[in-house]
Write a protein that binds this ligand. Structure first.
Ligand SMILES: NC(=O)c1ccc[n+]([C@@H]2O[C@H](COP(=O)([O-])OP(=O)(O)OC[C@H]3O[C@@H](n4cnc5c(N)ncnc54)[C@H](O)[C@@H]3O)[C@@H](O)[C@H]2O)c1
Length: 249
């Protein structure tokens, strides 16, 4: 915790969907919340900032492409110079570019790997020295059930999400002695803009495979992310926590 008592929390992809709900969870403890997004406009981030401000929380948003090492470096240096520390990093930004492997363009592969996986390296690399100096910190990255199981049509996405699992375990080992925990949350099928684009047929196929019989809500993922950043999870590191209604066991 920072000397002023508020944790400094950075959430990538915090403008909407799961990231927005993670921000709302941290609002309950009056954290200082920094949202990073790359939406075409500020509609969703403004909505989130307004909602946070109504909850009495200090929050700000930055439109930065987390796949850019340089842009992330500049942003995090600026945050660290103003606040002196970062207590929590939630690597949540992600995209899909689905198609079968045989039709996938090189650009679809590269873009998804850069936005979903390289971003996790970029952001974690940008906070890790500060967290080591603080002798504490929490890092949670959002993976996916398909990083574990695979999913036809998502070779780029599932590879990026499996990569997050390996990244998480290795980083957890490297920094555990410094009091930093590093974990991943692997959601199943969650009701956000990302899944809104799927056809009813694809949704039905998924739903039939989910023992709990419904999509997850973004706040149900956020609850687990928040728990991993709480004192209650002080002995949990290097884990991938699945939040998927039983889709994968
Ligand atoms: N929705 C699901 O069913 C589901 C399932 C498993 C995992 N996930 C993962 O959860 C995370 C959040 O997904 P969501 O469903 O809330 O998605 P969403 O589309 O609602 O939100 C995505 C967020 O990521 C941000 N983003 C995208 N590209 C970016 C970039 N280059 N730089 C900075 N920010 C960028 C967007 O601005 C937005 O804030 C993603 O990593 C996604 O892969 C989602």
């Amino acid at each position: 915790m920072s000397s002023s008592g508020s944790r400094i929390v950075v959430i990538t992809g915090g403008s909407k969907g799961i990231g927005r709900q993670v921000a709302f969870k941290f609002a309950g403890e009056s954290a200082k919340i920094i949202i990073v997004h790359y939406d075409p406009d500020e509609t969703d981030s403004d909505w989130t900032l307004n909602a946070l401000s109504e909850k009495g929380v200090e929050a700000e948003s930055h439109k930065v492409d987390v796949s850019s090492f340089e842009a992330v470096d500049v942003l995090f240096k600026e945050i660290l110079s103003r606040f002196g520390r970062i207590d929590v990093l939630v690597n949540n930004a992600g995209i899909t570019r689905d198609t079968l492997l045989m039709r996938m363009k090189e650009e679809d592969w590269d873009t998804v790997i850069r936005v979903n996986l390289k971003s996790v390296f970029n952001c974690t690399r940008a906070v890790i020295r500060a967290m080591i100096k603080q002798r504490g910190g929490r890092i949670v990255s959002i993976s996916s059930v398909v990083g574990q199981t695979g999913n036809a049509g998502q070779v780029n996405y599932s590879a990026s999400k499996a990569g997050i699992m390996g990244f998480t375990k290795t980083t957890a080992r490297e920094v555990a002695a410094r009091g930093i925990t590093v974990n991943a949350v692997a959601p199943g099928f969650v009701d956000t803009d990302m899944t809104a684009v799927l056809s009813e047929k694809v949704k039905d196929t998924f739903l039939r495979q989910i023992p709990l019989g419904r999509m997850g809500r973004p706040e149900e993922v956020a609850d687990v992310v928040y728990w991993l950043c709480s004192d209650a999870a002080s002995y949990v590191t290097g884990q991938v926590i699945h939040v998927n209604g039983g889709l994968y066991m």
